[in-house]
Design a protein around this ligand. Sequence first.
Ligand code: ADP
Ligand code: MG
Length: 280
Amino acid sequence: MTTNSAAISEGWVESVSPRAVTKGSSILGLQNLTKRFGAITALENVSVDINKGEFITVIGPSGCGKSTLFNIVAGLDSPDDGHIAHHSRAIDARELLGQVAFMPQQDLLLPWRTVLDNAILAIELEGTPRAKARAQALKMLPEFGLKGFEKHYPHQLSGGMRQRVALMRTFLFRRELMLLDEPFGALDSLTRSMMQRWLLEIWQHHERTVLFITHDIDEAIFLADRVLVMSARPGRVKLEQRIDLPRPRRGDIVTSEEFMAIKRRLLAEIEEESMKSFAS
Ligand code: ADP
Ligand code: MG
């Protein structure tokens, strides 16, 4: 940060994106979180700092505690050990409930509600009157590629559209931190890469901070400012990799030498962990 501002004031940096300058203040600091379920240690000494405006992806073998970590950050569960700081203030995990917008692994669209009414669910539960909530959601439909579909029901939508409804619900619930648990996991690869580019656009437009779970390594690198590689159970942060690829990111960046080099490095770590979880 200091480097950036110094560089700007001295005028020798030609273009620094505004995001790079505003990023930095800590939203959430997780320190040495440990979570056990009976004899199983799901998380062990997990420390993560989440800074304003960042896009952080979390990758790790299945069962390594990714969803457990999310539940804690969403205030749905408490760690057995460790500390949490919200805007540098020490808090209890439960205080995070309602502070974070959370999209669970299943899209949880209600089959009897229309697109519009599914999108407003979280803000309606929060107390926004239905008419006002609907008006807010209507304005957002075009950006989410859902214009004209407001009266459709979930079963009438493609997989990608369903995920956009769930994402719209999460965006409408305006919180500075969003947790997305494998939102594109069930999509075919073409739809998936379209959704990734689209998500980056709306993330920049809405200036949110995102913690995103995936088990797809290309996705983890493509989206992120930082990738956290988790170890097999007990889940620890095994590696933290900064991704300094330029933004906006184009689809063909995945074939660049820089991207491939990062991918090789991460793959080696991930494969080691997957073998461990396979063997256990
Ligand atoms: P991931 O999302 O990385 O696949 P999870 O966080 O869902 O992993 O699970 C991590 C470990 O904790 C798994 O072994 C899982 O069985 C266990 N676990 C998760 N939630 C519970 C729970 N509520 N009760 C008991 N065990 C749980
Ligand atoms: Mg999970």
